[in-house]
Design a protein around this ligand. Structure first.
Ligand code: COI
Length: 361
């Protein structure tokens, strides 16, 4: 399993690849991908291949029963000699929780790290050495068995693709409270990173965007009252100078950035409450002025302030503009660690050394 098969054309692919000036987020794909197959109850050796279309049987389980999960993490190379991955072990653990929930095989940590490190090392000259730029890594696993009967696949493929990326979004978010549709129900898959959660969020996201907002804010499926998350970000408020964020349940994705922000805030002496958050209480505290900030965080988004929360009747709850907001302080602290601009006292960074098959060697 630890052996890595490297496609002979890969270096030529890299030589021919031109990184465009304008990157955006997740739009440009690096010319490489990692693939490992699961057959007969075992993961086979990984392969580093030229980025290319995947050929699958139309009856593959992934198409019919959504046996697919994914992860997202970034490699930075701003101030560090080698690219650094941010807390990849957390993504590996979450991937395996997703796999368990979806009746997919768990991935050995060595295979996961080999995939991330080989793709990152191969792309290291494509990682922009600029603040807020990174190589966004997208590991994913699919069920490939060709069968239309409802049962788990017995064959799977694991891939990692990568996208040299700029910032996700630079302006503050405008968020629309989703009072009707729900993202996840108790006992469902909201707490794991499976593609179905994101597909189910698309229509509300599109509705919010059509109204001029960036994201819907999901409420719980039982009472439509308690705040959950924003589909691709976790949600935070600053109330009376203390941070409040929804307590994790089986309907909220446990973000790696969420966990990092909570730890950084506590280290900075800020009190953090992880608790149920009633949307109407929050709206009242914005109106009364005790809630001074809202922000969201995620791998892609890092930490992004929310400038307005809007309700169904088009009522808008605007947040004040502050001199030294908690959100921006935490964002800077996190980015300084990720970009190697300050000491990594938490031990969160995982350097990816150059590998001897790199182009130019
Ligand atoms: C991430 O931040 O990695 C996400 O999952 C968001 C992505 C779907 C854009």
């Amino acid at each position: 399993m630890e052996q890595l098969n490297i496609h002979p054309e890969l270096n030529t692919e890299l030589l021919n690849f031109k990184l465009p000036e304008k990157l955006g987020f997740g739009n440009i794909m690096a010319p490489v991908m990692f693939k490992a197959d699961y057959n007969n109850g075992n993961w086979e050796s990984g392969q580093l291949l030229p980025y290319a279309a995947i050929s699958l049987d139309p009856a593959s389980k992934v198409f019919h029963f959504a046996q697919i999960l994914f992860e997202g993490l970034k490699a930075y190379k701003v101030e560090t000699v080698h690219p650094v991955l941010f807390r990849p072990e957390e993504n590996w653990q979450r991937l395996n929780r997703s796999a368990q929930r979806m009746l997919m095989p768990e991935l050995p940590q060595k295979l996961f790290m080999q995939a991330l490190c080989s793709v990152t090392a191969f792309c290291q000259d494509l990682i922009p050495a600029k603040p807020l730029h990174s190589l966004y890594l997208r590991p994913f696993m699919i069920g490939t068995q060709a069968s239309l009967s409802l049962s788990a696949s017995d064959t799977f493929s694991f891939y990692v693709i990568a996208s040299p990326s700029g910032p996700f979004k630079s302006s503050p978010l405008k968020v629309f409270i989703e009072r009707d549709n729900t993202r996840a129900a108790v006992g469902g898959t909201g707490h794991v990173k499976v593609s179905g959660n994101y597909g189910a969020a698309l229509s509300s996201t599109s509705n919010a965007m059509n109204k001029g907002y960036d994201q819907p804010l999901w409420l719980d499926a039982v009472e439509h009252r308690f705040i959950e998350e924003l589909s691709i970000m976790n949600f935070f408020a600053v109330v009376d100078k203390e941070i409040v964020t929804p307590k994790l349940t089986d309907t909220i994705l446990p973000g790696v950035t969420r966990d990092s922000i909570i730890r950084l805030a506590k280290e900075d002496g800020v009190v953090v409450h992880e608790q149920a958050m009633d949307i109407d209480d929050l709206l009242f505290s914005i109106k009364s002025g005790s809630c001074t900030e809202l922000f969201a965080c995620g791998t892609a988004a890092i930490v992004t302030p929310i400038s307005v929360l809007a309700d169904k009747d088009d009522q808008k709850y605007e947040l004040p503009t502050l001199d030294d907001p908690v959100a921006l302080r935490l964002r800077k602290r996190l980015l300084d660690i990720q970009q190697g601009q300050t000491e990594d006292t938490f031990g969160w960074l995982c350097p990816v050394p150059k590998q001897d098959w790199q182009i130019g060697d």
